[in-house]
Design a protein around this ligand. Structure first.
Ligand code: ZN
Ligand code: ZN
Ligand code: FE
Length: 754
């Protein structure tokens, strides 16, 4: 601690997310407030500050630096050391040193801040009702950047020049809009136009109000947002929701909602403290929240059969204004695309692909540089699980590596993302989608090109990492790229993604990778794998689900009855599954006969298919209309049951487990109880196998990854079983990347380089 009145100088280095988030103006303001002289500038790894003045003021300044930092910033460390006085008067923001190559400094898009919200709702403010309002604390970044460094001329705002008032703000270090690259106002900036297709009219002056009234009337509007177009309609209007489903060919997959404010959301869903802070965070993701009984007001076809609703709060000035101008207080807001295509983000693309779907378009002039979907998260026991990592999170750095080698990992074919490692920093792309669709493949190529160009990395110098699956489209695309290639097994990549996030390069762990599908070392389809090892030494597969058949291959992935045939073909000799209570259709029997004839039949250790089998036994016998639907259905069935017994599931041998389930169901035990016991039995089997494998080894974390661990009941059960054992087991799950295949690209980079 410094002497109170002594006059001193301090040099300060701040690391974390401190660039492009209004950090330098913030430093400027707190320096002036504390009566200090000096300067601030960005450097290669953060922000550098020199301050001089009274010792007490410097102490206050350092406190303010940590406690009052801008909402979008994240201060990781503040290193201070005494330095020589430079006898400067006043405080200035200095220009950054020019760098040879752009470093990893692209900030994700940020939700509207409280100050901007106040301005657009204040009738005396010059930005009253202006939908493109932003400042250094908020607004678009990634979605408007054309190139680095992040300057206005490198953004999609380049065609608008600032009026004198905006320019004054931009150049005034004391202003909230100092160096806010997309700064604009109604005088100088872009506007929105409302295209009413049904009336063949374009509204300009009252575009937003018109849009709000269309939504109120039950119409479907395509709205241009931050990272692409959304389709919107009144979430309480069943007919409107049905129209979107019919026009989009989207049968049952739930739609996300946007509620006017927290109080409105709380009418329909339960919001915990953690959920609340996620909803209001700068990333403003879609948060999956448990429905309240009163949520009947939401049209039932928004999320048929689902116990949860995906909700977000207004995150752009545009959204705030639509509600303010009379839009229904909760609207469906779903990515605008035809079924399975990537989100539309260009005006022409949207107009041509959505004209059959939307009754009207609300289109803003500011172009979107690249598409970014809304992110989806859920909280379990106080921690956050990423389900779809995109807007607001990408492309922030997810971890750092002790290696400078540039690496590009192309991910897996489902829920694809790519990860680029530049100067030891791992940047993950936003969610791209499922590569079986041509448009998504094009998008995948664009993202690779975009990321590598942005960081000026010549592709032939980059180590390319892909899945071991020879049939994956991502593998084939990777093999077409120049440069050295490495293949990484899918489930090891899942475990590696968790370790990479924690920079645990040497740590030996027990890794449980449970998911639907991944190519195994032996060429069969894995998905219930247990490994022991470390990133450095590699992971040895020590246990796995007892293999079952997968009749019909990929077709069985979409058809739970067909998957069930693979697990039940022996039991089918004992039980008649075509009668009550199972009522399996001919697809089950076709599955059985494929196995008997050994046609189109594969071996699998997939826990995902085991979930499908149990779901089919308990009544989910229709074809799935989206990935993971049967497992989610099963979790919904189980969620309100507290049945306490356990099914025997020794060594992941499913015979006894499935027999017990069949017997219980024949004895008319409630399906919810059976589903609940199944999930708890799986949790117990994991904890038991962990105990066995870690016996005698000192402190071995239990690592869980793979799509199955999106199941919150399973995760909660594992946590509570560990607590009951009172053992000091460290449970490691993914922190910033999804446990599903969206996290694979990060794991691939880690295994390739460490
Ligand atoms: Zn703002
Ligand atoms: Zn202006
Ligand atoms: Fe997977």
């Amino acid at each position: 601690m410094l002497m109170k009145n002594e006059n001193v100088a301090i040099s300060c280095h701040v690391k974390g997310i401190v660039q492009g988030v209004g950090f330098r103006p913030f430093v400027y303001r707190i320096a002036l407030a504390n009566d200090l002289a000096g300067w601030v500038k960005n450097d290669v790894v953060g922000v550098q500050i020199h301050v001089e003045g009274a010792a007490e003021s410097i102490n206050n300044f350092i406190e303010d630096l940590q406690e009052k930092a801008p909402p979008a910033s994240e201060v990781v460390s503040v290193d201070t050391r005494p330095t020589d006085k430079q006898s400067i008067s006043g405080f200035e923001i200095r220009e950054s040193e020019s760098l040879n190559r752009p470093l990893v400094r692209i900030t994700p898009d940020l939700c509207i801040c409280e100050d901007c919200r106040r301005e657009i709702l204040d009738s005396t403010n010059r930005r009253y009702l202006y939908p493109y309002t932003n400042c250094t604390n908020c607004g678009p970044r990634y979605s408007i950047i054309e190139a680095l460094p992040y300057d206005r001329r490198h953004t999609t705002m380049t065609n608008w020049s600032m009026c004198s008032e905006c320019s004054d703000e931009y150049h005034d270090p004391a202003d909230r809009r100092f160096h806010a690259q997309p700064n604009c106002c109604p005088t100088c900036g872009p506007t929105f136009k409302f295209h009413a297709l049904d009336k063949n009219t374009v509204y300009v002056a009252d575009a937003l109000a018109k849009c709000a009234s269309y939504l109120q009337e039950g119409k479907i509007v395509a709205i241009k947002g931050i990272g692409g177009f959304h389709l919107a309609c009144d979430a309480k209007n069943e007919v409107a929701v049905e129209q979107i489903r019919a026009r989009k060919f989207r049968k049952e997959k739930p739609f996300a909602l946007m509620a006017k404010d927290l109080a409105t959301a709380q009418q329909f869903v339960t919001v915990s403290v953690e959920d609340h802070s996620l909803l209001k965070s700068p990333a403003s993701p879609i948060v999956l929240l448990n429905r309240k009984a009163a949520s009947q007001a939401i049209a039932p076809n928004v999320a048929p059969g689902m116990d949860e609703l995906g909700i977000m709060l207004p995150y752009t000035p545009l959204h705030v204004l639509l509600f303010e101008l009379g839009a229904p207080n909760v609207i469906v807001l779903t990515s605008a695309n035809r079924s399975n295509e990537p989100i539309a983000y260009t005006d022409n693309g949207a107009l041509s692909s959505l004209s059959e779907i939307a009754d009207a378009f609300l289109i803003g002039d500011r172009p979107i540089a690249r598409r970014t979907d809304d992110s989806v998260v859920r909280t379990v026991g106080g921690s956050t699980i990423q389900l779809r990592r995109a807007r607001g999170f990408a492309p922030a750095v997810v971890t750092t590596f002790p290696s400078k080698r540039p690496i590009l990992a192309v991910g897996a074919d489902l829920k694809n993302t790519v990860t680029l490692v530049v100067d030891g920093e791992a940047v993950m792309s936003p969610y791209i989608g499922d590569l079986e669709h041509y448009e998504v493949q094009v998008s995948h190529e664009q993202v690779i090109e975009d990321l590598t160009q942005m960081y000026e990395l010549p592709l032939d110098e980059v180590l390319v990492v892909h899945d071991t699956h020879p049939g994956y489209i991502s593998t084939q695309k990777a093999l077409e790229l120049p440069g050295e290639k490495i293949a990484i097994q899918h489930h090891r990549a899942h475990i590696a993604s968790v370790l990479a996030e924690r920079r645990a390069w040497d740590q030996t762990v027990v890794g449980v990778a449970f998911d639907g599908t991944g190519y195994g070392d032996d060429g069969t389809i894995w998905g219930g794998e247990i490994f022991v090892g470390s990133l450095k030494e590699g992971f040895e597969r020590v246990k796995h689900l007892k293999p079952a058949w997968l009749p019909g291959g990929d077709a069985a992935v979409k058809n739970p009855e067909q998957a069930a045939a693979g697990f039940l073909h022996v039991l089918a000799k004992e039980y008649d599954f075509s009668t009550e209570p199972f009522n399996f259709s001919s697809s089950f029997h076709q599955g059985l006969s494929l196995i008997e004839k050994d046609v189109q039949t594969f071996t699998t250790t997939s826990i995902g298919r085991l979930f499908d089998t149990v779901a089919a036994l308990l009544g989910f016998t229709r074809k799935m209309s989206f990935e993971g639907q049967a497992a989610i259905w099963l979790e919904n069935l189980a969620v309100n049951s507290s049945a306490g017994k356990i099914y025997s599931f020794p060594n992941f041998n499913h015979d006894a487990l499935l027999t017990a389930i069949i017997k219980d169901y024949l004895e008319e035990k409630p399906r919810g109880d059976i589903a609940r016991i199944f999930i708890r039995s799986l949790a117990l089997a994991i904890v038991e196998v962990y105990a066995e494998l870690s016996d005698g080894i000192h402190s071995v974390p239990l690592v869980l990854s793979g799509g199955v661990f999106q199941n919150q009941l399973l995760c909660k059960d594992i946590m509570s079983l560990i607590q009951q054992k009172k053992a000091s087991v460290e449970l490691w799950q993914n922190l910033h990347v999804p446990p599903n295949d969206g996290g694979i690209s990060l794991g691939q980079t880690a295994l390739a380089v460490i």
